[in-house]
Design a protein around this ligand. Sequence first.
Ligand code: 3H9
Length: 702
Amino acid sequence: MKGTVHYEQRGATALLTIDNPPVNPLSSGVRQGLSDGIGRALADESVQAIVLTGAGRAFIAGADIAEFGGEAQGPSLHDCLKAMDDSDKPIVAAINGTAFGGGLEVALCCHYRVIAPNAPVGLPEVKLGLLPGAGGTQRLPRLIGAAKALDFILSGDPIPGPQAAELGIVDEVAEGDIVAAGIAYAEKIIAAGSPIRRIRDEDDIVAADRGKPEIFENARKNAARRMRKRFAPEMIIQCVEAAVNLKDFDAGMKVEQECFSRCIQHPQREALIHVFFAEREVAKIPDVPRDTETIEIARAGVIGCGTMGGGIAMSFLNVGVPVTVLELDQAALDRGIGVIRRNYDIQVQRGRMAAAEVDERMGLLTGTVRYEDLSSADVVIEAVYENIDVKVETFRKIEAVAKPGAILASNTSGLDIDKMAAATSRPEAVIGLHFFSPANVMRLLEVVRGAKTSKAVIATSMKLGKRLNKIAVLSGNAPGFIGNRLLAGYTRQAGEIILQGATPYQVDNVLLGFGMPMGPFQMNDLVGLDLGWRARKLSGMKPEDVPITARIADKLCELERFGQKTNRGFYIYPEGSRAGQADPEVVKIVEETSAELGIERREIDDEEVLKRCLYPLINEGAKVLEEGIAIRPCDIDIVYINGYGFPEVTGGPMFWADQQGLDTVLADIKRFQEIYGGDIWQPAPLLERLVAEGKNFASLQA
Ligand code: 3H9
């Protein structure tokens, strides 16, 4: 059994210390230890009170997520909680560190709670597709009221100890030795002969919420807006409704159990727990051990202060790392720095940042037009025009000034890192750091290792990602890396489907329905249709050489419909609105283009639209795995969820493929190959092998 609980007696108090490193989840051994420890303390006449705390940096991080879906060993958490609830000796939680999920629920089942000032508490279950299933939905509303409890549980976000005290979740914030404070609290209760406070028996606060259905209507409205397509929020709301309306605690607990078990069985739960572990797995690189020495990053340099460069600079400023940004001339530099300041000012206007913080961050920013000024940077990231010759030239200039040991990085979204490395005499220092736009917001950082990139540079880059509050995924160096390589098939299919009979609006709606934040044509409008059109014109490409999937966008550009920036593209955007409206004019252009190309239009059903857009991701994903560009299937999942808006509740494209059944995915790919042909539908050998062996992508993880 995993984990243990240490028992010791201090005076008349039994001290139970949960020990299950690194974060003390409630694994079988912990539940056994809790059950034994409580029983022993209750049976011992010399013990008058019990204090519960955690070893190390956490109190309890919640239920052991790895146990879900498997066979449970040892006593159930509910049995432990019942013993605590029934105890006639006061139990005090001495919350030394993180108390999340089941951990906070254990604390709520204690009769009193003291907390260290830096200990966060939270009920993050909703993020895993679950609800607090150890009494949290019943006890918390009894303590702080239904509206606040709903906010807290539905957000899943933690709050620090002092805020928990203000809300009434804990009784006291204690500086210094938290165990001593817990014992002192217990002794005070015993000395005063205070009655034991069981939250389950309290009704006053929830009674005030009875007959106020608007509390739940508001929660439902917010959940529909903020947590589109999630299953758990409605379950949570029903539980809190039960806490308010059923009066009887045990009846409410029954509702909680039913709802919890529906969440456990829901595919979203499995997918979200896959994502939880995948996010941690991607940090592990088989040939770069955890203890690889890293380079200290005290200052960064960014070349280019346009949208990308500015966003990258902000990512560093946001975590207190000084940055020097370089632009070609003073005017461009002033413009770029002006945009950064404006972005921060908007945050202040929205109440997300204090004005003083803006000054602090801007104080860390230095602008320059001279490469020499990058010489003190520990990492220099170029974010110049996406052209290999321009990048190679930039690397020559960086290498001439960068200090020894500095990391030389490119923000390219798919160009050859080794070509850039070859332009320097220190290829081991060169790496790709592919940020996603807007770089200060998007969570993904694709780290691209070149053939000669050193392990220290890889380890430092992965660590840097975490420091910048991003999730770093390592990719091999091949065109498009992981993300953009897979995307090519997705966008090409969307383009073909509309030529064959669907409208852009049907395609977008199908993908929105799947859970993507926007469809491919909405995405085109956002990025700007003119980018590709201008590049084709500049290259002197003949009209007949323009790929057929780009013909419609080019026609729209000829009409000065560049997308959102001109309020017209595939959609019409009423002035000041980002919500596009369908336009019959565009449908006409699409139909004319099909006719010009001699393509007979037909009805294409939504299922075909979805499969033809998503299966290329899976097929190409399998090729990327086989070529070793991505280390594991879950690396692709994390890239797609965090960089391309693939719905988290599906677990990412590779996990989703497993859930569809790889045999049916492959059968469809073969069917599309027969009908449409092309490389895109050439089944990946890995996919064929997995199907032949009756295996799935998950089998590659083990
Ligand atoms: C729940 O409680 C349900 C109940 O309501 C009802 C029950 C009946 N289980 O994140 P880190 C592992 S649902 C198992 O890198 P940090 C993690 O995988 C649960 N393992 O550290 C990693 O392993 P490895 C509600 C867990 O300091 C290692 O611990 N609770 C669990 O950056 C270190 O983790 C949550 O959702 C777990 N619960 O962050 C809390 N937690 O080293 C989930 C962590 O092999 N956990 N591990 O890769 C967290 O949010 C963060 O881990 C935490 C620490 C903030 C605690």
